[in-house]
Design a protein around this ligand. Structure first.
Ligand code: CO
Length: 140
């Protein structure tokens, strides 16, 4: 079986200055959503809305945050694509069984109490891909 993908939950952009990026994307016409620290991921997240589509601005809160590593290596830019799934644990298990390389082989806690797992970009055409269960508008 394959993961049951319900849609695109969000697209994430790594930023070096969360306030400046929020202001910039607001001026680009996006609506400003909520801001939240996700301790588990070492990030602060500002949700923005392009119509019904969510754009997540991601900022590191620790030196060892994967986002800090990304910014140091590649600078600000597109960071990941998040797919909404009905069951993150099941989707993760299915991908592991299909020998798809995962960063997380068990779901973790994401923003807004979602369950998330990252697929390794080497497995997905170079695109870091997040599986999200319980995202806004995608309740299973
Ligand atoms: Co995300």
């Amino acid at each position: 079986p394959m993961p049951n993908v319900l849609g695109v939950d969000h697209i994430a952009i790594a930023v070096k200055d969360l306030d400046a990026a929020t202001q910039l994307w607001k001026e680009m016409g996006l609506r400003v959503g909520s801001r939240e620290v996700v301790e588990d991921q070492g990030v602060e997240v500002q949700m923005m809305y392009a119509g019904a589509t969510r754009i997540e601005l991601v900022f590191p809160i620790r030196e060892d945050s994967p986002i800090q590593v990304f910014l140091d290596k590649r600078g600000a830019g597109l960071h990941h694509l998040a797919l909404a799934v009905d069951d993150c644990a099941a989707a993760t298990k299915e991908l592991v069984e299909a020998d798809v390389r995962m960063i997380n082989t068990e779901p973790k806690t994401g923003a807004h109490h979602t369950r998330i797992a990252f697929v390794h970009p080497k497995a997905t055409s170079g695109v870091l891909t997040e599986l999200v269960e319980g995202g806004e508008g995608f309740e299973a």
